[in-house]
Design a protein around this ligand. Structure first.
Ligand code: SAM
Length: 198
């Protein structure tokens, strides 16, 4: 099944930006992750994000009311350091060209369920041997939505700091789990606020 997601290749949302939305199963708000993880994301049981790809970085910044002022490489380094410091298990989906910017080992590949169904590298950070079985099951997922559904079986809440249209929150909320989501673009937060699941 295909889902709509925020892509630098598709048309920008024609919506007024929204700073914060409190939903039934979680909250979504504007945050520039190039400054590090939002404080609220330190208390989730899993961090999950489909990162902007290098090729979309400029376009995503143009779409935000206030764009990030750092390079993509600096963004990648800040995110990784912030996740490692938090100690929270994290699953990051990154484009092949971006994977080399991270020290985290590439664990497996997955295909996005979206119109641009690219193959991503899945990086797992802060996982230990107790997570081996769960990662083994998750790594057999062919598509990102299946990966998220499997992760929602093992983790009570998800934090997504590049949430776009909020597919991670949607899948966790539909599984009865909680979410904390943020994005640099307030139009994405408005979009999430208009979804029936949120
Ligand atoms: C590949 S999209 C994520 C798609 C998302 N999983 C969905 O369900 O729509 C990457 C997202 O990262 C966001 N982004 C780009 N730069 C960011 C930054 N500095 N801080 C936070 N989010 C950022 C973009 O606005 C975009 O929504």
């Amino acid at each position: 099944m295909r889902y709509t997601a925020h892509s630098a290749k598709s048309d920008p949302l024609d919506l007024a930006p929204l700073e914060l939305f409190e939903g039934r199963n979680g909250r979504s708000f504007v945050h520039d992750a190039s400054r590090g993880l939002p404080h609220d994301m330190m208390s989730v049981s899993l961090i999950y994000a489909e990162l902007p790809w290098i090729g979309g970085w400029e376009e995503f910044n143009r779409r935000a009311v206030v764009g990030s002022e750092v390079t993509y490489k600096a963004f990648a380094k800040t995110i990784e350091a912030s996740i490692v410091a938090s100690g929270v298990p994290a699953v990051l989906l990154v484009g092949a060209a971006s994977a080399r910017l991270f020290d985290a080992p590439k664990s497996f590949a997955v295909r996005l369920n979206y119109a641009y169904s690219s193959i991503c590298s899945v990086l797992c950070i802060n996982f230990n041997s107790a997570h081996d079985d769960m990662i083994g099951v998750a790594s057999t997922a062919r598509y990102s939505a299946d990966l998220l559904a499997r992760l929602a079986e093992s983790f009570a809440s998800v934090g997504d700091f590049a949430c776009g249209y909020g597919n991670s929150g949607r899948i966790f909320a539909n599984a009865g789990r909680r979410y904390v989501m943020s994005d640099i673009n307030g139009r994405c937060i408005r979009h999430i606020s208009q979804q029936g699941w949120a």
